[in-house]
Design a protein around this ligand. Structure first.
Ligand SMILES: Nc1ncnc2c1ncn2[C@@H]1O[C@H](COP(=O)(O)OP(=O)(O)OP(=O)(O)O)[C@@H](O)[C@H]1O
Length: 228
């Protein structure tokens, strides 16, 4: 569960107005949230706070009972490695590594996720292969350099890397923007199936409002900041 109270964030101390000012936001465990709003309204900034990359300037941000606003940078890094899978807009894959190696990297910084992954498969590479297949990337592509894969295939690798070790929260920042409409919807169906299998909470940012009905709840970041 995510719990935000009176949160504000500003990139620079001299800003006249904070980038984000959210009075209240609660997200329940297992919810699939569609987060939207105009360009520059602060969606990626909010994701960076949820992921513990940045810390709120003021206010409370608690994820699964842990108050991230009170943790040091290194403790937030450890929290992120243990509990959060992040699918970046540009995927951030290592191009000279195979899909299997990219996916297993998701466990390198977390003993907890490593152990959880081994409860599903006998080894990390086998668990990576299981997730890649579940997300629609066949075995024939598992050992190639990811640089040789299509954008849609790279996106499946990025999603499998986020899901390995069953993190409680999956954050996805416009992961479907390079795909056509049919591929977007089928990718989201696979994403939901994985999230449901381990009851992960999903926070998904997109400008494509046609995707909204697929989610449990839609949050307009501008309206959220105007609530009294
Ligand atoms: N690293 C940074 N340093 C300073 N300001 C930043 C930084 N990153 C973002 N900003 C500013 O914060 C504001 C919100 O940016 P953010 O990227 O969160 O918006 P967004 O809603 O995700 O936009 P988009 O939909 O275009 O991706 C913008 O005014 C942006 O210029």
């Amino acid at each position: 569960m995510i719990d935000i109270e009176e949160l504000s964030f500003q990139w620079q101390p001299q800003q006249s107005k904070p980038t984000l000012a959210i009075p209240r936001l609660q997200i329940a465990k297992g919810e699939h949230i569609f987060l939207h709003g105009p360009s520059g309204c602060g969606k990626s900034t909010l994701l960076s706070l949820l992921a513990g990359i940045n810390r709120p300037t003021t206010g409370k941000l608690s994820i699964f009972g842990c108050e991230l606003n009170k943790l040091s940078n290194s403790k937030r890094d450890a929290f992120r490695a243990d509990h959060i899978g992040y699918i970046f807009q540009n995927f951030n894959l290592l191009p000279y590594l195979s899909p299997i190696d990219n996916v297993t990297l998701g466990c390198q910084f977390s003993k907890q996720r490593h152990q959880k992954a081994l409860t599903c498969s006998p080894s990390l590479p086998l668990e990576a292969a299981r997730l890649l297949n579940a997300l629609g990337l066949d075995n024939q592509f598992h050992q190639q350099n990811v640089a040789n894969l299509s954008i849609g295939q790279q996106q499946r690798v990025a999603a499998a890397r986020a899901f390995i070790g069953a993190p409680e929260l999956i954050i996805a920042d416009e992961p479907t923007s390079a795909l056509d409409t049919n591929n977007r919807q089928s990718f989201i169906a696979l994403l939901f199936a994985q999230a449901q299998a381990v009851n992960s909470t999903l926070v998904f940012v997109s400008h494509d409002e046609s995707l909204q009905p697929l989610f449990n709840r839609s949050i307009d970041l501008v309206a959220l900041q105007e609530q009294i």
